[in-house]
Design a binder for this molecule. Sequence first.
Ligand code: NAP
Length: 510
Amino acid sequence: MIRINLCISVAKLLCFITNHCEKENEVKAFGNYINGEFVDSKSGRTFPNINPANIDEVVGNFQASNEADVEDACAAAVSAQEEWAATPATKRGEYLFKAADLLTEKLTQLGEEMTREEGKTLPEAIGEVTRAINIFRYFGGEGARQFSYNVPSERPQVLCYTIRKPLGTVALITPWNFPSAIPAWKIAPALIAGNTVVLKPASLAPLSSFRLVEALHEAKIPKGVINYVTGSGGSVGDALTSHPAIRGISFTGSTSVGDALYRKVSDRKLRVQLEMGGKNPTIVLRDSDLNYAADILVNGAFFSTGQKCTACSRAIIERSIYEPLVQLLIEKTRALKIGNGLNPGIQIGPAVDSHQLETDLDYIKIAKEEGAELLCGGNRLSGGDYDKGYFIEPTIFTGVNPNMRIAQEEVFGPVLALMVAEDFENAMEIANGVRFGLSASIVSRDLTRVYQFIDKIEAGLITVNLPTAGVEYQLPFGGTKESSYGMREQGPQAIDFYSETRTVYLRYAQ
Ligand code: NAP
């Protein structure tokens, strides 16, 4: 009897283990979200979302959508438009507040998912989801603050003022490197201004924005107001930006795709906003605390594996402090802990995919060929768990000439080019001598130089004694030169892109 019971228990245990393992291995399929429902693509195909720190792990399967799915999403958004625009903005804000509460309940889970799909460390990922939540709350509040303009008329008994109207249905196209914050900072102002949305997230990291959309669904946002369609840029992105129902496009991604998109839609006179690449400098002047400056450079250049549009990729250092600062920089860079971002203490995760890793390694090769001298890093990491992912050493080059490709082109990886400046004027000349103008920083205690830097630097985001990266949602964000086109994102100014101003002249007596 005892033996029979034991056999049953062992059988149950085996059964539990088998079921559990099957569940563990089961890869969840995530639908598109169209007209208030999670649906499969009409293509019948999906694509995998792979963990870049462990390429054996498929984080989820996502819909490989086609033109027919885009058509459905646009039709749903258009039919929801009138009622959504007529909904009081404060009521629209309530959906954002509710979604923010729901996301907060799942903060750790969402952070872990982001680390698994994008590779950034867990603290960075939790920080990013927190930011997305704050963005939802901030723009929820903007429902009560969409100010217009009211001025005295030059005629008697006439009121002159402006009103805001939504654009209509807008297309939001987002990159993989901030897979929650960037979709959030497009979705929230678009919705609060009364637009309906079709979101196409990056194929490398679609899960984080799926969670934003799911939270809005659970917050019971009316059907059709937000739609989410996954699939490649070439099919979904192209179909979406060609669709006649789309009245505005907000794109964040590479300069090459942004440029092509602009050329394609410019004839249609759509409202377009493009946030693209950067080649962001940090200038370090001779009066700086060198230890502090080295920390700023390591943070700006290497955290998030250098995969931030605002990452520092050029350090421009005054000659008299060059050697001691470079020594500190090498020590601090070699001490960085690289690995799977889910593991405690890891500071730098992997490159997002094999393509980005190849790009990083290609630029390292190009820099050597052009005559730059490798100071540290430069290799793909291998052995043990490194073999499972796309890990690369943080890399520093010295002897960089400002005309070299490593000093001019965006790498989007953990590669820092060091350049010597003879003085402040020379540093500014090097800093401004690129086609990009996203962010720039200076490390100095010299107030005069700092103000001259703020006045003359060609960048949309200027930081002083801080890394080039690290923006806050309550202020406008965007670049100059070839980094950006169109109106600013984030802050109260974000509403300007998503609304049209109409001017009213009202005579209150006949
Ligand atoms: P990307 O390759 O340009 O892709 C961005 C988005 O565009 C993705 O959703 C992509 O879809 C889509 N796309 C691709 N081809 C398209 C087409 N023909 N029509 C419409 N959409 C298309 O950029 P990424 O590699 O994801 O992101 C890295 C780049 O983004 C870097 O250059 C970085 O500097 C920039 N970035 C800029 C900012 C900023 O605010 N300035 C912020 C973050 C990142 P698939 O994913 O399916 O290809």
